[in-house]
Design a protein around this ligand. Sequence first.
Ligand SMILES: *[C@@H]1O[C@H](CO)[C@@H](O)[C@H](O)[C@H]1NC(C)=O
Length: 343
Amino acid sequence: MQPTLSRAVVFLIFSAAAYFPLADAAFPGEVQTFREAPAFRNGRECPPRETSSIIHIAMTLDATYLRGSTAGVFSVLQHASCPENIAFHFVTTTHRRRQELRRIIISTFPYLNFHIYHFDSNLVRGKISYSIRRALDQPLNYARMYLADLVPATAQRIIYFDSDLIVVDDVAKLWSIDLGNHVLGAPEYCHANFTTYFTHRFWSNPSYSASFKGREACYFNTGVMVIDLWKWREGKYTEKLENWMRIQKRSRIYELGSLPPFLLVFAGDVERVEHRWNQHGLGGDNVEGLCRDLHPGPVSLLHWSGKGKPWLRIDSKKPCPLDSLWAPYDLFRHSSPSLFNDS
Ligand SMILES: *[C@@H]1O[C@H](CO)[C@@H](O)[C@H](O)[C@H]1NC(C)=O
């Protein structure tokens, strides 16, 4: 091998590492860059931006779902009556990539009011038991259980959004729901067969199944939740969720990831939010990314929960009909840096 060639190879390897800090399995060897979103300004009827008028929204950020997260943020801003009164609270697991993610958010949304928090994945690593879908086993999937520890106490309430959804209505309407005595608000689905979310082992053990006694437990999706953080801290709900995760580690009482602990702690004790705020299942189920239709009724939020993600289906030229509703919020810029043409 000629010395010049080997130097070129070494250069390529190093420059590739520098170029692709956020390259991932979905886009191997491709830089994730995004178009800059327009500036969204408050209407004249908006209250001044002070603590009491801020809408707090929490989302996770990682390389795999970054395209979904940016689309989600874009959709929230586009439909908000007072977009400048929204504060985003992003949670990440990696120290190394936090600066890179911050840079991407700033360049995509230069006017965004946001914070990035580091979620120590060691908090949950020992408590996660494998589920039927590997993507559900990522520590970041469990970050929603720790929002009360991550977000400053100045925020009494927070909306948690998954990174595979778009909002097509004013998020202020969801924000202003009355939680009553509840810690958590979410759309409930009482027609779903609740039994199937837990194993036979769970239902056959009276000390476990008794936890639903006196509760009209219904399935709810944890991808959209309105949470009273003050009540959450007071009631030590993170510990309650962790306790069920410890039981799961020992006894395998369910097959999914972070959802069942939420059902165990909150199902039947959830403030009912209109179904329009979580039209979920658009990604099919946990096994196959099948095309799904909307549930009947109005739509304020579309959620591609399940295995199929719109950006992957669009890129593979096999989109589902409803993926066309996600596409307008896609800020992702496909670009293949031409390392070989640069010199
Ligand atoms: C719910 O699911 C369980 C377990 O799969 C099944 O035995 C039961 O018949 C189902 N109930 C209804 C109402 O479909």
